[in-house]
Ligand binder design. Sequence first.
Ligand code: CO
Length: 219
Amino acid sequence: MRLLSELLAQNRAWSAEIAAADPGFFTRLAEQQAPRYLWIGCGDSRVPANQIVGLMPGEMFVHRNIANVVVPSDLNCLSVLQYGIEVLGVHHLIICGHYGCGGVLAVLRGERLGLVDNWLCHVETVRRRYRGQLAALSTEAERHARLCELNVVAQVLNAARTTVVRDAWRQGRELAVHGWIYALRDGLLHDLEVTVTSEEEVAAVAERVDLATPPADER
Ligand code: CO
């Protein structure tokens, strides 16, 4: 029980394989970190960030949590954003959700999972905001898929409205915030086309997503 010898053996094999292909790889990586991308994704074991975009160690700064949530009261996520943007100088922030997200489904069904419900309340906010759009869909599978997408869009807007991202834009830094969703069934990523590179674009995307919602009196 105490030994995870299989994993450690696999690690040695992995290290040897990389070193054989590129003898200077680990020495170079140890000297500096200069990733071009910052990824905020779900912690789901089926969505391994680097692997699905074909990137090696050193190429992407990664933060993952349940249901890929960005909230301005989360010091952990804010620190990742600030460090990634200001210190590492990434130009692309990718918020990546995935279809079939268990956290999103729990919210959709109103299920109780335990302590994690307190975290998922951020997804519940998204569900409530877009309940008109969700109610217009006929099956739970469609509502689940749509809520996974809407959650990504909402987190793109949340990230874009943090002081960190707004300050970066005000300082003239080049920074794009992208919203992507990953399909477990075929391993393909889809761009939700909500990329924002300025505060004006944030307002436009927010309006576009809200417009898909029926008027308040129909909800
Ligand atoms: Co998930």
